[in-house]
Design a protein around this ligand. Structure first.
Ligand SMILES: [Zn+2]
Ligand SMILES: [Zn+2]
Length: 141
């Protein structure tokens, strides 16, 4: 076992964000399979179904909104800038609170008609009325 550069290409432990270019550890934030950047929230379209890495799209996925899954867990709604696919990703413990807040703020100007019916699977997109609950989860206030 050679101790080579931690930047080796075959390492699954980190990746460079395709959007903001920061090095991201895929094991941070209490999750062993981080799939989005904690600084800008962008993800990559690499999965057809969660975790399978079977998509050959590989386009950037933009965090366009926040949602509550059934049970109240906060997650991102990611939209692929290449093919338009929508994904949900749980928010990690080390995601920037300010970045999450920014996603929320910009989602308020989003035309919800452009989103697929998200109410299925018990997913609820956050809107203005949810900002208090969001502040609680992000900042504890
Ligand atoms: Zn980033
Ligand atoms: Zn795509």
């Amino acid at each position: 076992m050679k101790n080579t550069s931690s930047f080796s290409n075959n390492s699954d432990n980190q990746f460079r964000c395709a959007n903001c270019n920061q090095i991201v550890s895929s094991e941070g934030g209490n999750t062993s399979h981080r799939n989005h950047c904690p600084f800008c929230g962008y993800s990559l379209h690499v999965d057809e179904t969660k975790g399978d890495r079977k998509s050959d799209c590989n386009s950037k996925m933009k965090p366009i909104a926040l949602a509550f899954k059934s049970g109240g867990e906060l997650c991102f709604v990611h939209k692929c800038l290449g093919c338009g696919k929508i994904n949900y990703n749980r928010i990690a413990a080390d995601d920037s609170s300010d970045m999450i807040k920014k996603v929320f703020d910009s989602s308020l100007t989003l035309n919800k008609d452009n989103l697929p019916s998200l109410e299925i699977n018990g997913i609820k997109i956050l809107d203005k009325e949810d900002s208090i609950e969001l502040s609680k989860q992000l900042y504890g206030i």
